[in-house]
Design a protein around this ligand. Structure first.
Ligand SMILES: C[S@@+](CC[C@H](N)C(=O)[O-])C[C@H]1O[C@@H](n2cnc3c(N)ncnc32)[C@H](O)[C@@H]1O
Length: 366
């Protein structure tokens, strides 16, 4: 067996994936679940030219930011990243990350909407299983090992209870489809109903936000801060079932999404990454004699790379871009010169993890 290679580390910053960054060896080293000021020894998990990915082996001098994690699985579970620091510090790391990504933009003060709780918020979780190795749990993205997590503090209580039931006496082995040796299971609590689905596409039955209270806060923010003037004609791209635009002050709207659309004039189904998506949407708008004044978009993590083409065509008065990946958000909004940023919001839909939602509101200059 290959020996683990150990290196010393000293954390001086935390990156956008919540990993501590150490620069005291010849390679920049990324170590998850460390905080600024931590010093110790780490073993290397993988490396390539100039960078290494490592895990803490010995913590010799703990950072003053450290607290004791409330979750017993935290050190091995890949789904939470910040339980070794308190929630205020987690938010500071997130805000710094957001500001760093937007450092070349002319940005107003970033507003932060914190969650009122760090735990018991996720209405769905996804676990991997292997009938061969008799393991159910989270998959480590580097080792691909399945880490059992019979308790999950960030899930809502009905999901936690179901998790316990599945783990009790390995009940899950009796319930997993026997012909699929390796797969995944999703446990979700939506509209006061618990569902367990084995090996179905993620978010089957339509996208819903995982933290309902934060969803309401985002909708309120949009309602109060975005379209403050007269009703507008609105284009809602990646609109799902109209969750965000439903609450807005529009006179007419078109909501576009690939996977699910509600029936009615307002909704059309289209792959927005497909060639010709823009001209398809243009035609649909033309059919409805709908001239777009406001553009709302809320894409998946990959963002909307060709957003400039959409903006150039519609020249909306105002744009609200909601994103779960600030990196693609910054990439997409780079060099959009005809607009100024009126609002920049970080809204914490995913406490305990490095993820968060962002919202940028842009107004046309003239
Ligand atoms: C972050 S969700 C936002 C949904 C909606 N705005 C909401 O708040 O519920 C992203 C949406 O993009 C949709 N989507 C994913 N890939 C797509 C594609 N290629 N074309 C169009 N819509 C897509 C998903 O169905 C999902 O509804």
């Amino acid at each position: 067996m290959r020996q683990k290679r150990s290196i010393p580390f000293e954390i001086t910053s935390v990156d956008s994936l919540g990993q501590g960054v150490s620069k005291i060896t010849d390679k920049i080293t990324f170590i998850p679940k460390t905080a600024i000021g931590d010093k110790g020894e780490a073993f290397i998990v993988s490396e390539r030219k100039g960078v290494a990915f490592a895990r803490t082996e010995k913590l010799l001098e703990p950072s003053a930011q450290r607290i004791k994690s409330e979750c017993s699985h935290f050190s091995s579970c890949p789904s939470c990243h910040f339980l070794h620091v308190d929630y205020d510090q987690e938010l500071r790391y997130k805000k710094e990350n957001f500001e760093r990504l937007f450092r070349h933009f002319s940005l107003p003060q970033v507003e932060v909407i914190a969650a009122d709780r760090r735990f018991a918020y996720r209405n769905r979780i996804q676990l991997h299983y292997s009938l061969k190795s008799k393991l159910l749990g989270m998959k480590d993205p580097q080792s691909f090992m399945i880490i059992p997590i019979p308790e999950c503090l960030i899930a809502v209580p009905p999901v936690t209870a179901e998790l316990r039931r599945l783990y009790c006496n390995d009940q899950w082995i009796k319930e997993a489809p026997p012909h699929v040796m390796e797969g995944h299971v999703e446990i979700y609590w939506i509209k006061d109903e618990l569902k367990v689905s084995w090996n179905r596409p993620y978010s089957e039955g339509g996208f819903t936000q995982v933290f309902e209270e934060m969803n309401l806060k985002l909708k309120n923010f949009l309602k109060e801060q975005w379209l403050t003037e007269s009703p507008t004609n609105l284009l809602d791209l990646f609109g799902g079932n109209g969750n965000l635009s439903d609450c807005l002050n529009y006179s007419r709207r078109l909501c576009v999404d690939m996977y699910q659309t509600l029936p009615g004039e307002d909704f059309i189904s289209q792959d927005l990454y497909a060639t010709g998506a823009l001209s398809f949407v243009q035609k649909e708008l033309k059919k409805r004699s709908l001239l777009i004044e406001s553009l709302l978009l809320d894409p998946p993590r990959s963002g909307l790379k060709n957003i400039k083409e959409w903006i150039k065509f519609f020249t909306p008065k105002t744009i609200a871009y909601v994103s779960c990946d600030p990196q693609t958000l910054a990439r997409d909004l780079k060099d959009i010169e005809e607009y100024t940023i009126r609002k920049a919001l970080l809204i914490d839909f995913f406490p305990s993890t490095y993820h968060f939602e962002s919202l940028i509101i842009l107004d046309r200059k003239n």
